[in-house]
Design a protein around this ligand. Structure first.
Ligand code: HEM
Ligand code: FES
Length: 781
């Protein structure tokens, strides 16, 4: 599929009609900036998301006359393109972005070069059966046995330069290890590394670059040699098809399904596979190390707490990934963002720009290794073609970062200017010089450090890895059995901003025991988080631990803040209902409602005033709007009477004991859908009892997969085992982080996050606990 650019590429693809004349003063729909867009320029190479910031903000889709491509820059548009691989075909993914001249084409032909469809550029219906047939070696389970090899390679390479005090990490390590791992994974003999290295660069330039005419011929020879080499290796493999390796796995599958795993596929994949697995990962690690060392504070934190590494890897892939843009071909007339795209249009989807889209990532340019949704990045693509090797790449990157942080925590970036191979897609510095004082190497004092056992997490990071240290500044009793904790940052740096209704997870002595507490302070007080903790002798031990142990000056580890209980700030009226310690999120919401000038009332009930936190403070702030119902004063809150009549345009926000929340559900039966919002503290989830469960099927629409969830497994576990990323935190139906969208099928909801109306709507479910009532569920994943 080495097609030349269409003839219109150098001109304008859109008829100059009256509509388009509104778009630019010249009447041409291609704006000045779009006309100047040049992804082979150093500006794009140095920082692709910055280079197209103007587009992301003002012209999210534009036509580039230089490239002959439509360029997409926003997260939502790009994800929508990834989700529909019929309208947006991946067939041009490996096409030469710059057509070569006749001489170079003749050279390629002389080698019999015929790189064709692999997986990444294969259309349906051929692609999915092939992808399914070849997926097993990529599952987290199957990847485990590669870990010791990667670890040993990383240790041996670091040994070679650790006493030198300086290294070019790319040349001395990051290029060769992913290549070796890629060759092992594919099943290729480990020879000719240097030649392969040259070949694969040539392949990048040939596919995604703009070689000058005089370079084209040399590149063509290298690519031609690469092609022939790939063919020879494949022949060798066919002699021993039982050897380990993904290619041999493919050869065995070919014997069973020759129409699915074709000869042309195997030869093309033999070449494309090396590049897919090698350069992407080498570049990703170099980009990650550069980014981390450019942020010495973050680097220090990572050295102090390696538990942060898995999420740091995701954040590096988001912020500074190794695939900057990908391609699709429009197969039928369509529209994106109101722009007409005729069939045949070519799309350059700038995933690195999507990864910096404020519409999806709060404070998108900030490098935040604790970012909750870092793994939503599109560096691995999304949907039916999403990178199959993502978990191998993640594993390699984690291991590299673990080895560097442990053995060379005093590493710094040397003075240098970074250079990149000019191309649209594969991006990483050609050299990365770092330096350190070898006399200060930690293993000179501690010999055993080199060989420390480090467990690696294969798959998407869980929120459990994203802990943040805080210091307890003050502990104040605020009612019988309730203390308020004021938490601040240990180093004076800002804590994340939060909105009313947010909670944090606090580790109570060990990472295994964590409890969720709503934030009750004032979100405008930057750098401070306040929670109130009720001593619950019959609880699971979290609050008891807090009451017995926590004192001013202590360090705690928290996660979050996260908000699943947001106040709709556009409301005319809000009715806040709190029972007991449920006042914590509700007090923050009521404060916000007051600040917004909203009409609201606050009903607060408890056993006695002495047991109720913040009563005086609330009375001072809310005056007549506060209604205190203390049982020992004979003032129970009559919810039935309070909510008998739905108030048009109002919403009810409630937090408190389960019994109260259940009662509210029935009191609000006559209210419109979604009017009642609740926040739970306790899970009602029992442990999974396989004898009482049945297996069910889930169809994953975007990934084109059908999975069976057995009775002894949760949907979340089954998804992860199949390489589908879903975030999770509590894993007991409380927090809402594992929410997935449901397209059809009846869900047996077991969480306490969704309201009854949300359950009835049947459009989302919590993957950690909920199951199918019967039959199959279809999910938007
Ligand atoms: C596909 C990126 C590492 C194998 C892709 C795609 C991207 C990508 C952008 C196309 C996604 C789409 O069209 O939706 C990356 C990055 C990597 C990496 C950034 C490293 C950080 C690997 C590794 C392997 C691998 C290590 C193999 C061992 C594949 C395969 C596909 C693919 C086989 C084609 C899947 C299909 O079309 O069904 N990768 N990749 N990748 N990648 Fe990776
Ligand atoms: Fe918390 Fe599923 S992970 S609800």
């Amino acid at each position: 599929p080495d097609t030349a650019l269409p003839p219109r590429a150098s001109g304008c693809p859109v008829a100059h009609g009256p509509l388009s004349s509104e778009r630019t003063p010249t009447g041409c729909p291609v704006s000045q900036r779009a006309a100047g867009f040049d992804p082979f320029e150093d500006g794009y190479q140095q920082d692709p998301p910055e280079y197209v910031r103007w587009a992301r903000e003002q012209e999210p889709i534009f036509y580039s006359p230089r490239l002959g491509y439509w360029v997409l820059t926003r997260y939502a548009d790009i994800k929508a393109v990834f989700r529909d691989n019929i309208t947006f075909s991946p067939s041009n993914a490996l096409e030469k972005i710059t057509p070569t001249g006749e001489e170079a084409n003749a050279v390629l032909a002389s080698y019999g070069f015929a790189l064709n469809r692999t997986l990444v550029n294969e259309d349906e219906p051929a692609h999915m059966p092939r992808r399914r047939a070849l997926m097993d070696p990529f599952t987290p389970e199957a990847l485990k046995h590669h870990e010791p090899m990667v670890r040993e390679l990383a240790r041996t390479y670091v040994d070679r330069f650790i006493d030198d005090g300086k290294a070019d990490l790319v040349d001395q390590m990051l290029w060769e290890i992913p290549l070796t791992v890629a060759l092992h994974f594919l099943g290729v003999p480990e020879e000719d590394m240097d030649t392969l290295r040259k070949y694969s660069i040539a392949h990048t330039v040939n596919t995604w670059g703009r070689p000058k005419p005089e370079e084209q011929v040399a590149v063509a020879h290298a690519v031609g040699n690469f092609w022939q080499y790939a063919g020879k290796v494949l022949e060798k493999m066919r002699q021993d098809p039982d050897a380990p390796g993904w290619m041999q796995y493919g050869i065995r599958k070919q014997m069973l399904h020759p129409e699915v795993v074709t000869d042309s596929y195997l030869h093309s994949m033999m070449m494309a596979g090396i590049v897919a697995a090698h350069e992407t990962t080498a570049n990703a690690t170099a980009n990650a190390m550069k980014l981390l060392l450019q942020h010495p504070d973050v680097w220090r934190e990572l050295c102090e707490d390696p538990g942060l590494i898995p999420n740091a890897v995701e954040e590096c892939l988001r912020h500074n990934g190794s695939v900057a843009a990908w391609r699709r071909l429009v197969t039928k007339d369509t529209q994106i963002d109101g722009v007409d795209l005729p069939a045949g249009s070519r799309l350059l989807i700038v995933t690195s720009s999507a990864n910096h889209d404020e519409g999806h990532f709060a404070d998108a340019d900030l490098f935040d290794i604790r970012r909750d949704n870092a793994s939503d990045h599109l560096t691995f693509g999304y949907g039916s073609h999403q990178c199959m090797g993502k978990n191998l790449a993640r594993m390699e990157m984690q291991i590299f970062l673990e080895e560097f942080t442990r053995r060379l925590p005093h590493m710094r970036l040397s003075e240098q200017r970074f250079s990149y191979v000019p191309n649209t897609s594969f991006r990483g510095p050609e050299h990365l010089w770092v330096e350190w004082d070898p006399a200060a190497n930690p293993e000179r004092a501690n010999k055993g450090l080199r060989d420390v056992q480090v467990p690696v997490r294969i798959g998407e990071p869980s929120a459990h890895s994203i802990a943040r240290p805080v210091v307890v500044e003050r502990v104040t009793p605020v009612a019988d059995g309730i203390v308020k904790l004021r938490l601040v940052s240990p180093d004076g740096k800002a804590l994340p901003r939060w909105t009313p209704g947010s909670h944090i997870d606090v580790e109570c002595g060990t990472p295994e025991l964590s409890r969720q507490y709503s934030l009750c302070g004032d979100p405008d007080e930057a750098g401070v988080l306040e929670i109130a903790v009720l001593h619950e002798p019959d609880g699971r031990g979290g609050s008891a631990w807090m009451h017995a142990n926590v004192k001013p000056g202590d360090r705690l580890r928290i996660r979050g803040p996260r908000n699943h209980f947001r106040l709709d700030e556009s409301l005319k009226k809000a009715i806040f209902i709190a029972g007991g310690i449920g006042i914590t999120p509700v007090s923050a919401m009521a404060r916000r409602a007051k600040a917004l000038g909203m009409d609201y009332e606050l009903h607060y009930s408890g056993r006695s005033r002495a047991s109720m936190a913040f009563v005086d403070e609330l009375a001072a702030l809310h005056g007549e709007r506060l209604h205190v119902h203390a049982a020992d004063e004979g003032r129970r809150n009559d919810l039935q009477a309070l909510l008998a009549q739905p108030v048009p345009g109002a919403q009810v926000y409630a937090c408190g004991p389960l019994r109260m929340l259940e009662a509210l559900e029935s009191c609000c039966a006559a209210w419109p859908e979604g009017a009642l919002r609740v926040e739970h503290f306790e899970s009602t989830l029992a442990t999974l009892d396989p004898s009482k469960e049945h297996a069910f099927e889930v169809e994953l629409k975007d990934s084109g997969l059908v999975l069976t969830v057995p009775p002894d497994q949760t949907l979340l576990t089954a998804l992860r085992a199949a390489n589908v990323d879903v975030q999770s935190d509590c894993e007991e139906g409380l927090c809402g982080s594992c929410e997935v969208r449901v397209l059809s099928g009846k869900v047996d909801h077991r969480d306490v996050v969704l309201t009854r109306t949300e359950r009835d709507a049947n459009t989302k479910m919590m993957a950690c606990c909920s199951r199918a009532c019967e039959g199959r569920l279809v999910l938007e994943l």
